[in-house]
Design a protein around this ligand. Structure first.
Ligand SMILES: [Zn+2]
Length: 315
């Protein structure tokens, strides 16, 4: 019997799934402990998962961790994760004192692996996951393996510029994909449209504080202002997707994060416009799919660092 645990560190909670002989058997979560206490939090969740699966932590063959920020996957160090208050944090060494084998990767990369092997990307050798959440992240799978670049600092999809000299991004550069396509950017676009259209039906339910990434989609069928927001947003999204598709030519681009809750509607809007933007689309089409594992993708992918031997790339 072999047990593997996959953990996904989020801003508010750490989610975990335990696998018995390659099959997910239990999941659980704990509130995220920021700063130095993170390793203890991950260990506590691992112990709970082991107990829930009827075993002990000493019988766990490996724990995979997906963590936000810049991760040195070779050494298992969190180089920097501003939101967690971590700098040069030796996560793997701290856990290795108590757990047989530990592997750490970036959370977006973990989610890309999860979707590729257990979710919407199953059956595709090449896929790109784009997470449209508070920021824009994701990961790139090439020939079934995670591509993470030099010292695993690559695949920062959100910081590809789609508009030179454009909006200021959280990274300090201008015009990044993230500055236009995060759920936060979509909410900002919605608010600025609402300001210009005091008669928009969006005002009936929302104000400038409560308008979010769903508002425009909700009213797009009845309100021309909301429809314009969606059209503009999809235009930015299609630009970024086409850039990634032209470089990597995956069989599928998978959309995750909060905005992907729009499901088939989002898929359809992107599909309608993407064909004209992708080079030689007819020769090698690119499928557009929404992620299927939702909040579990990161934990599945972190476990895949062990359960799928060929998936870990250079790890
Ligand atoms: Zn940026």
């Amino acid at each position: 019997m072999s047990f593997i645990i996959g953990l996904d560190v989020g801003g508010t909670s750490v989610k975990g799934i335990i696998f018995k002989d390659g099959k997910a058997v239990c999941k659980d979560s704990l509130p995220t402990v920021s700063g130095e206490g993170l390793a203890d939090c991950l260990f506590a969740l691992s112990e709970r998962l082991a107990a829930a699966a009827g075993t002990q932590i000493s019988r766990i063959s490996g724990v995979g961790v997906g963590c936000p920020g810049v991760i040195d996957a070779f050494n298992g160090t969190v180089v920097r994760a501003d939101n967690l208050g971590l700098f040069d944090y030796p996560l793997k060494s701290l856990l290795k004192e108590r757990i047989a084998e530990v592997r750490v990767c970036n959370d977006g990369n973990a989610a890309a692996l999860g979707e590729a092997y257990y979710g919407a990307g199953r059956g595709f050798k090449n896929s790109v996951l784009i997470t449209l959440g508070t920021g824009v992240g994701g990961g790139i799978i090439i020939d079934g393996k995670l591509f993470s670049g030099n010292r695993s600092a690559g695949a920062e999809i959100g910081h590809m510029v789609i508009k030179e000299g454009g909006k200021l991004c959280s990274c300090g550069r201008r015009g990044c994909f993230e500055a236009y396509c995060s759920a936060r950017a979509l909410a900002g676009l919605t608010r600025s449209r609402m300001r210009r259209d005091p008669l928009s039906p969006m005002w009936r339910e929302y104000n400038l504080r409560t308008a979010d990434g769903e508002t425009a989609f909700k009213y797009a069928g009845t309100d021309p202002s909301a429809a314009k927001v969606v059209e503009t947003y999809i235009g930015h999204l299609v630009c970024g997707i086409a850039n990634l598709a032209n470089i990597f030519r995956p069989e599928a681009v998978i959309l995750g994060g909060g905005v992907s809750a729009q499901g088939e509607r989002l898929e359809r809007l992107v599909r309608e416009r993407i064909k004209k933007e992708i080079f030689a689309f007819g020769y090698a089409p690119v499928e557009i799919k929404c992620a299927s594992l939702k909040n579990d993708a990161g934990a599945y992918g972190a476990a895949a660092l062990f359960t799928i031997p060929s998936a870990g790339g250079k790890l």
